[in-house]
Design a binder for this molecule. Structure first.
Ligand code: NAG
Ligand code: NAG
Ligand code: NAG
Length: 390
C-alpha cells in the first residue's frame, strides 16, 4: 500500500512538473518550417533533427525522447513563455535550402550553427534580418552559393561571430560589412569571393579571415587604420597586390598577419619612427613577388618587441640578411636571391628554426640545418647580380 502511493506521487511529479508554460507559437512554427525544408532522406534516424517531433512542445517536453539535441531554449521575462534561443545542428549532411519564412520567425535566436551539412542556395538577408538578438551565425562548410546580400549586414547589430567559410559564395564584398558594429570574428575563407576589399570593415573586428578566395587590389590605409582591435588577419591565397606599408605593421592591436600566396611586390617598413610599440608576433608574407632588401626595422626591439616569427620565403628579395634577424625564433627566407655572408649569430645560437636555402648566400654550407639542402646555382646568382662578385 505504501509502495503504491509513492509510485503515484512519482507519476504525478513526472507529468506535472515539466508542464510550465509553452514555447512561443512563432518559434514553433519557424522551427517546424525549418525542419520541413530539409529533404527527409537526409535526416538519419539517429540525428538531432529526427527527434524534432512537433506533436509535442519543443521546449517544454522532457528532452529524453523528443528534441533530444539541436535546440536550446530559455524562459522569457514572463516566466512562462519559452523561447528558442539556440540551434546547433549535428553534422550529418542535412540537405535543403533556408526558406525565408522559417528561421526568420525565431526572433529570440542568439546562436545558430548549421555548419558541416549540405545546405545550399543563396544566403538571403530576410532570412536573418528579423533576428535582433543573434550573436553567432555559423553557416560554414555547406554548399551556399550566390553573392553576399548586402542587406544581410545592415540589421545584424548584435552579431559577434560570422562564419560563412567553405561554401561557394561568389561576387564582391559589400561595403555594408562595416555596419556590423558588434562583430569581432569574421571568417569568409574558402569561397569564391572576388573584387577588392570593401572600403569599410566591421569597426570592432578582432579576427578577419578571408583566406583562399579571389580578392585583388591593394590593402588600403583608409580601410584598416580605424580598426583599433584588429589582432589577426588572414588573407592568404588571394591575388592582393601593391606595397605593404608601415601603417599595416603598426596597427595597434595586430598580432598575426598572413598574406602568403598573393601578389604583393614591396615592403616599406623602414621609413617610420618607432613611437608605437607594435604587438606583432608572427608575420607570413611567403609566396609573393616582393622585391627589394630585407627590412631591418622589423627586427628592432623597440619597434617590434614581440615579433618572433617571420616568413618571407619564395619572394624576390636581394641583399644581405641583417645581423639583427638572429633574434627571431622562426625565420624562413628560403627561395629568394639573398647574398653576402650569413651573420655569425645564426650559427652560434642554433635556436632559430627556419630556412635560408635556395638563395645566393656565402658561407651557408648544406651541412648546416638552416642552409640545407643547397643554395641556387652560381649561374642563376650571377645573372641576378650581374658580374659582381658577392
Ligand atoms: C594577380 O594580379 C596581378 C596584377 O595585380 C596580375 O598581373 C596577375 O595576372 C593576377 N594573377 C592571377 C592568377 O589572377
Ligand atoms: C599562412 O598561410 C599559408 C598558406 O595557406 C600557410 O601555409 C602558412 O602556414 C600560414 N602561416 C602561418 C604563420 O600560419
Ligand atoms: C602557394 O603558392 C605556391 C607557388 O605558387 C604553391 O606552390 C603553393 O602550393 C601555394 N600554397 C598553397 C597553400 O596554396
Amino acid at each position: 500500500m505504501v509502495f503504491h502511493s509513492s509510485l503515484l506521487v512519482c507519476v504525478l511529479v513526472l507529468f506535472v512538473s515539466p508542464a510550465v508554460g509553452v514555447t512561443a507559437p512563432g518559434d514553433v512554427t519557424g522551427l517546424a518550417a525549418f525542419k520541413a525544408s530539409v529533404i527527409p532522406s537526409t535526416v538519419p534516424a539517429w540525428s538531432c533533427m529526427a527527434s524534432w517531433n512537433f506533436a509535442v512542445d519543443p521546449c517544454v517536453t522532457p528532452y529524453r525522447t523528443y528534441f533530444v539535441c539541436g535546440v536550446t531554449c530559455s524562459v522569457d521575462s514572463t516566466g512562462t513563455t519559452h523561447r528558442i534561443t539556440g540551434i546547433t545542428l549535428d553534422a550529418v549532411g542535412y540537405t535543403g535550402i533556408l526558406p525565408v519564412n522559417s528561421l526568420s520567425k525565431l526572433t529570440a535566436l542568439q546562436y545558430l550553427d548549421i555548419s558541416n551539412n549540405n545546405f545550399h542556395g543563396r544566403i538571403i538577408a530576410s532570412t536573418f534580418s528579423t533576428l535582433s538578438s543573434l550573436r553567432t551565425l555559423v553557416l560554414s562548410s555547406n554548399s551556399f552559393s550566390g553573392d553576399l546580400d548586402s542587406a544581410l549586414f545592415v540589421k545584424l547589430k548584435t552579431l559577434v561571430t560570422l562564419d560563412l567559410s567553405s561554401n561557394f559564395i561568389t561576387g564582391g564584398l559589400p561595403n555594408t560589412l562595416g555596419s556590423l558594429t558588434s562583430l569581432r570574428t569574421l571568417d569568409l575563407s574558402f569561397n569564391r569571393l572576388s573584387g577588392k576589399l570593401p572600403e569599410s570593415l566591421p569597426p570592432n573586428i578582432v579576427n578577419i579571415a578571408i583566406r583562399d578566395n579571389r580578392l585583388k587590389g591593394v590593402l588600403s590605409k583608409r580601410t584598416f587604420e580605424s580598426l583599433k582591435h584588429l589582432a589577426v588577419v588572414d588573407l592568404a591565397m588571394n591575388n592582393l597586390s601593391g606595397d605593404l606599408e608601415a601603417w599595416l605593421f603598426r596597427l595597434p592591436s595586430l598580432q598575426q598577419i598572413n598574406l602568403s600566396n598573393n601578389s604583393f611586390s614591396h615592403i616599406s617598413v623602414d621609413n617610420v619612427g618607432s613611437r608605437v610599440r607594435s604587438r606583432l608576433v608572427a608575420v607570413d608574407l611567403s609566396f609573393n613577388i616582393i622585391e627589394g632588401s630585407l627590412p631591418k626595422t622589423l627586427a628592432m626591439r623597440n619597434g617590434f618587441p614581440a615579433l618572433v616569427a617571420l616568413s618571407l620565403r619564395h619572394n624576390r628579395l636581394k641583399g644581405v640578411i641583417p645581423r639583427e634577424y638572429s633574434r627571431f625564433k622562426r625565420l624562413f627566407l628560403d627561395g629568394n636571391f639573398l647574398n653576402g655572408k650569413v651573420p655569425k649569430g645564426f650559427f652560434s645560437v642554433s635556436e632559430v628554426a627556419g630556412s635560408f636555402a635556395d638563395n645566393c648566400l656565402d658561407g651557408c654550407p648544406p651541412a648546416v640545418f638552416l642552409c640545407a639542402p643547397e643554395q641556387k646555382p652560381r649561374s642563376v646568382c650571377k645573372e641576378v647580380y650581374g658580374g659582381i662578385k658577392y
